[in-house]
Design a protein. Structure first.
Lengths: 230, 230
DNA sequence: TCTGTAATTATTGTATACAAGAGCAACAGG
DNA sequence: CCTGTTGCTCTTGTATACAATAATTACAGA
């Protein structure tokens, strides 16, 4: 058994043999990331089990896993809620993710295969087209694909995992930004710098551009959060 | 020693209201980090529940949480085992943690309070004293305290959390190194550089020194792993 | 009306029972 | 001797029952 485990592409979401609990987890997670359940919302076990058509047991296990990832807060004997990080925590998380993404960009500049590089450039162009459009959700998704292509090109699955983990926790706050009309254009010029640096395989430039890009996003998110009194 | 583990051992996470599952989790985690259960070892639910004096339910929840942290691998319907990352995955994890620790060092150089700085220097000295000693475990612990003091001085709890998470997964491999006699001396000169840079609040130097320190550790760990055919 | 306390309620934490699939062993056939 | 199949066993996955406690409400007294 220890022989050729080969390349078990250890994807976070890889569900080879579907167990119920796995689908329950991704189901709840999706609702949180998509904003169906917002920060602070109560996650009643019975309610969820009824909604998902399973008993409390798999729901509980899913909630525990999500809590381990920081997406959900569980207070003993007081139930689970969608995590509601304080302003300070949000700042900290953005700081971490900006560093990780910057590192991913550096690695990508160094290690991206030709195929991966093409994927990045393609995702960049797709973003550009949607920047002008009114469809914020489409741009949000395209943006995610662009970043995801860079994470993949870093060729470090553990790094990707870490970034995605932190990113999920920030999803509610990033989402807000996307709906600000001016942000998309600014974001595009930043994406342009990143894409160019990567294409030229300039590690330092790519790293710095990515860090700045995420930090600007962070500033905007925080400003918005402040305005909205989150 | 099946006796009740009412003794709250050294737990970094403060548990306000102790629930059984919480203690079960840290109990299993401790056994993994301390090497009682090594990579690949099977974690039988019934066996653990008997050993810990609880039913399967809390054991299962604990295992799920540990799996979420990457410390345990769960294959559906095939049980849980202590995670056994491939060589490639170990490299990736070291790469991530070196970057995170380097970032923590940078932040610490910038943000450490005087008290925090004193704690770092104190931990550094404690390491130095133990470097010459034969007590590998004591040095291992002192080393952890030194690094922990720097993480704390970065004043970014989210970053500390990430580092600790990755660090736990690497514990079995780091542990090996500590028992290599030459490593301790080398490590000390590296610690010296880090401590000096922090004291002088030189962000760039501290960052680089820490990155190099962890990467050297990584190289040694991998060499050793290779020798031991892990 | 406000406040502190006590009973109540509702939800979580844990244990146990049952169902279902994976792994193993015995065995038949080559 | 090896190999593929078949049935059994053992562990996990899920459901449900019960216990314990946090939150809420009702109420008495100021």
């Amino acid at each position: 058994m220890s022989g050729n485990s080969a390349k078990t592409t250890d994807k976070p979401e890889s569900i080879l043999r579907k167990t119920l609990s796995a689908t329950v987890e991704s189901d709840i997670e999706q609702r949180i990331v998509e904003g169906v359940y917002g920060p602070g919302d109560r996650l009643d076990e019975e309610e969820l089990s009824a909604k998902l058509g399973v008993s409390r047991t798999p729901v509980r296990e899913a909630l525990r896993k999500l809590a381990a990832h920081g997406l959900v807060t569980i207070r003993p004997r007081a139930g689970a809620t969608v995590a509601r990080p304080s302003m300070a925590e949000i700042i900290d998380l953005f700081e971490v993710v900006s560093e990780l993404e910057a590192f991913a960009a550096r690695l990508a500049a160094h290690r991206a295969t030709d195929t991966q590089m093409r994927a990045i450039q393609q995702a960049y162009k797709a973003c550009g087209k949607l920047a002008a459009s009114k469809d914020a959700q489409a741009y949000f998704d395209a943006n995610r694909i662009f970043h995801g292509a860079i994470w993949a090109a870093a060729n470090n699955p553990a790094l990707t995992e870490q970034i995605m983990s932190v990113d999920k926790r920030l999803a509610p706050y990033r989402r807000q930004i996307t709906f600000h009309p001016t942000r998309k254009q600014d974001s595009e010029s930043e994406h342009d710098q990143i894409a160019q640096a990567l294409a030229a395989r300039q590690q330092d430039v790519a790293e710095r551009a990515m860090r700045d890009h995420v930090m600007i996003l962070s500033d905007d998110a925080l400003q918005l959060a402040r305005d909205l009194r989150i």
